[in-house]
Design a protein around this ligand. Sequence first.
Ligand SMILES: C[S@@+](CC[C@H](N)C(=O)[O-])C[C@H]1O[C@@H](n2cnc3c(N)ncnc32)[C@H](O)[C@@H]1O
Length: 240
Amino acid sequence: MKPGDWRIRPTKMHVYQALSDAVNLHIASGSPYRVPKELEEKLGGATSPAVYGHLPYNLFMTRIVQLCGPKTCVELGTYYGVGARHLAAGDPRTRVYTVDFDPACGQRIPPGWENITFIRSDTLRAVHLVPDPIELLFIDAEHTFEAVMAEFAAYSSRLADPSLVLFDDLYHNASIAEVWKVLGLDGFVSPTLHYTGFGVGFVGNWENGKPHAVVSYGEYKQLVVDRYAARRKELAGEGE
Ligand SMILES: C[S@@+](CC[C@H](N)C(=O)[O-])C[C@H]1O[C@@H](n2cnc3c(N)ncnc32)[C@H](O)[C@@H]1O
C-alpha cells in the first residue's frame, strides 16, 4: 500500500464533518433537495431534482474532497456523471477517473470539467487504466454481491494508505447487503446519505482526529446558516 497523497491528511473526524455538513446542506437547501446555487452553476444541469433530489451523498463527496483534497478519485459507474462532477467540484487539483462501459456516459460530462477523465471500459478491465495510489474509490456500478466483491478485490491492492472506499446502494437488495458483512471494513453504512444505504469504509491507517472546528464560522455561516435563512424566506414567499 503506497502512502496517500491528500492535501490534508484525513482523519475520521473529517469524514464525520463532511457527513454532517452534507446533511445540513441538504436540510438548508429545502425539500425536495436542491443543489446549492454555486454547485448548480458548476454542475451545469447535471442534477435533476426529480431523479437525484434525495441524494445527500453527492454533497458528502464534494465536501470530503473540499476538506482533504485527495489526489486521485476513481468512480466505478458513471451514468450521468453526477457523482463524478460532485467529486471534481470539491477541488480542481483532485483528478477523478470515472469508468463505465456505456459510451454515452462520456458525452454526458460537458466540456470544462478538466479534472474528470472518463474511461469507457468494464470496471474490472479498467483496474490498470487508472493511476495509483487511489485515495478515494467509489463503487457504484453493477449492484450485485459478485460484482462489488470482485471490484473491491481488484482495486484494493491499488488503494492508498489511508483511503476511503465508498459504496452506493448497499441495501439495494439482500445480495449486495452481504458485501458489508463479508468485507468487515471499519466504517459505517448511512441511510441518511442515501436511503438505499451508502457505505463509507476506512482502509489503511486512519486516525480518529480531534473534534475541532474543521469548518470556520464564516464558511459554516455561508454554507448553511445563510442558505437556510434564504430558503425560509423563499418558503414564506411561496406561502403568500
Ligand atoms: C448507478 S449508475 C452510476 C451512478 C453514478 N455513480 C452517480 O453517482 O452519479 C451505474 C452505472 O454503472 C454502469 N455499469 C454497470 N456495470 C458495469 C460494469 N461492469 N462496467 C462498467 N460500467 C458498469 C452502468 O452502465 C451505469 O451507468
